[in-house]
Design a protein around this ligand. Structure first.
Ligand code: ATP
Length: 216
């Protein structure tokens, strides 16, 4: 199970949590093996891609047997650091931020929103979904080294300043839900999720690239 993480292409690495979630479910149901066809249908990735992805981490699979679920679960846990909980801070307890605080992330993977921040005094001191909400001015004081990831659900115009502040406080990963593009130093990774753009893209694709019925 030796693995050089640098050799896994980014596109493959991005699919790992998807695979992990499904494989973990099979594991908790006591299943011993899974075929690439079964996996493909569940995660909606074609089986040739799955075979290629899995070959990067030494899971070659056997014809007529498929993949060993135990092997895969152990591999994914190790690779995705699922044995360790990643602590996350959320900034901006508006509609979207509040929904995330109520959402139980730990159900499927080991990330936990430890604390939330907002600039609105009315929101401070609340405990939403078990997560304490602090004033944004307490960021430097509250964020300890353990918190390495931040979710940004502030208005777009506040995104860059908040990101700078989080990075200064030690954050190295940002999940940016604002429409703003943010500039960060080289050691910081930003994943950008703009729900409005995603929805528009889906509608565009439905219109211009209707699904081939056979693929459904
Ligand atoms: P959402 O965009 O999540 O649907 P909303 O429409 O309720 O939320 P927004 O105006 O987008 O509200 O603001 C989201 C949250 O970010 C609010 O709770 C607001 O108080 C907070 N916020 C705004 N500016 C800052 C800032 N500079 N620092 C921290 N929090 C901020």
């Amino acid at each position: 199970m030796e693995l050089d993480q640098n050799k896994i292409p980014q596109a493959t690495a991005k699919r790992l949590p998807l695979y992990y979630r499904f494989i973990n479910n099979l594991h908790s149901q006591g299943k011993q093996r899974v075929s690439s066809k079964e996996l493909s249908e569940a995660v909606k990735v074609d089986s040739a891609t799955i075979r290629r992805d899995f070959s990067y981490f030494g899971a070659l699979g056997k014809k007529g047997y498929g993949y060993n679920v135990n092997y895969l679960v152990t591999f994914f846990r190790k690779t995705l650091d699922q044995d360790e909980t990643t602590k996350v801070a959320l900034i901006g307890v508006g509609n979207l931020g509040t929904a995330f605080l109520h959402y139980n992330f730990t159900k499927n993977n080991n990330t936990k929103i430890e604390m939330a921040f907002d600039a609105n005094a009315e929101k401070i001191g609340d405990d939403i979904g078990g997560v304490p909400v602090y004033h944004i001015d307490e960021v430097e004081e509250r964020l300890n080294e353990d918190v390495s990831v931040a979710i940004l659900t502030v208005p777009a115009q506040a995104a860059q300043a908040i990101a700078d502040r989080m990075i200064e406080a030690g954050v190295i990963g940002i999940l940016n839900f604002t429409p703003a593009r943010i500039n960060v130093p080289g050691h910081v990774r930003v994943h950008h999720i703009d729900l409005a753009v995603e929805l528009q893209a889906l509608v565009y694709f439905l219109k211009h690239y209707p699904m081939d019925e056979e693929e459904v």
